[in-house]
Design a protein around this ligand. Structure first.
Ligand SMILES: *Cc1c(COP(=O)(O)O)cnc(C)c1O
Length: 381
């Protein structure tokens, strides 16, 4: 037996995987500290995590459940599924709990996509839709976004073919923050052919204040129109590191996904933390409000700097800055991490997570110096 891990292997990697580049998660504080030489506190506004940590009630639930970590968690996250079903007024057989929305998207693809199938979405959007399809060896069709950064559902509909199996609607869209209106979504769902399953990614729905937004989720679809709604505890609930999200879906789709899921996928601490968070509507409302204030501050601050940010309904703002990579690297020298959108197909824009008001101010101060410096460089060149 050759157990040398450095030795080349004759085992081949699946052809669909071989040329893929792993999902790029943005720069982490340690790397940035090392590369930039910055020694102060790093402000990370790159991955749209909540501006605050777990809810106080979630922290308490985690502490109380530490001892239970000796045992395997309940398979299928039974208590959490039941609570989510109650919360949304659906049956527990319509709830899929998974290790984050990313896992929901992964299970849908594993359970549904064959190699000759296609998925459709607007671009730029959440990069995982593309990656998951390519992993499965399936095809990808994209349509442009509308000018305001929302999904253009008419353009998207035109990309649906006989081969399309999944069509994604990300609303608010990551990275632009635009939302589709209730009427546009209802019309779209009425027109999508029955061989296509719409997946509505609502990772940021809590942050929306537009009255045009299609809440509650059930009004979106004609009663007999199967859809999947994906949501997560990673954003407003501050649990990104624990990995827990869910989908509301037809029972047959939930069952199919459970067949490809790991039996103990969602750890016990994530389960109790999510459950406790769901029971705190006041804390949720407070955080949504705080995000709206900080988001306005960020948006207005960008305008003062002469930029044209896209109006956002989420906890991030997208803005064109010229060379996004250059600006992002220069911000790192000030200890600020944002996301240049190169990987999402836009080399000119950055996406800034809203963060706290203090973080917004730190970012705006740093950006002002960076833009001045770069304009100076351009004048000299
Ligand atoms: C953050 C995010 C998700 C889910 O993230 P998880 O941490 O895996 O729950 C899904 N879709 C979009 C668009 C996101 O931004």
């Amino acid at each position: 037996m050759n157990a040398n891990p450095h030795h080349g292997s004759a085992v081949t990697v699946r052809r669909a995987i071989d040329s893929l580049v792993p999902y790029s998660t943005g720069r982490d504080p340690e790397t940035v500290r090392y590369d930039s030489g910055f020694t102060g506190d790093i402000v990370k506004l790159a991955s749209n995590e909540g501006a605050e940590g777990p809810f106080p009630e979630a922290r308490r639930a985690i502490e109380q459940s530490l001892e239970a970590a000796q045992r395997y968690p309940t398979a299928g996250a039974r208590a959490l599924s039941a609570a989510l079903a109650d919360y949304h007024g659906v049956g527990p057989e319509q709830v899929l709990v998974a290790a984050g929305g990313c896992a929901v998207l992964h299970h849908l693809v594993s359970a549904l996509l064959e190699e000759h199938d296609e998925v459709a979405f607007c671009s730029p959007t959440f990069h995982l839709y593309r990656l998951e399809a390519l992993r499965a060896g399936a095809g990808v069709a994209t349509a442009p976004l509308a000018k305001d950064g929302a999904y253009d559902l008419a353009a998207l509909e035109s990309r649906i073919t006989e081969r399309t199996k999944l069509v994604y609607v990300c609303t608010p869209n990551n990275p632009t923050g635009g939302v589709v209106s209730r009427d546009a979504l209802r019309r779209f769902l009425e027109r999508v052919p029955s061989h296509v399953l719409p997946v509505i990614d609502e990772a940021y729905f809590e942050f929306v204040d537009s009255p045009e937004y299609p809440e509650p989720w059930r009004v979106q679809a004609p009663a007999d129109r199967p859809v999947v709604i994906m949501r997560t505890f990673s954003k407003v609930y501050g649990l990104a590191g624990l990995r827990v999200g869910y989908a509301l879906a037809p029972p047959a789709i939930v069952r199919a996904c459970q067949k490809v899921q790991n039996p103990y996928e969602v750890n016990c601490l994530a389960q109790v933390a999510a459950l406790a968070s769901l029971r705190c509507p006041e804390e949720l409302a407070r955080r949504v409000k705080a995000n709206q204030c900080a988001r306005t501050r960020l948006f207005e601050g960008l305008k003062v700097l002469g930029l044209k940010p896209l109006p956002s309904q989420a906890n991030f703002v997208c803005v064109e800055v010229g060379s996004a990579m250059k600006v992002a690297r220069a911000l790192e020298a000030h200890g600020i991490i944002v996301r240049p959108l190169d990987a999402m197909g836009d080399a000119h824009s950055i996406r800034i997570t809203v963060g706290t008001e203090r973080e917004v101010d730190a970012f705006l101060g740093a950006l002002a110096s960076v833009l001045e410096l770069l304009r100076g460089d351009a004048r000299e060149a």
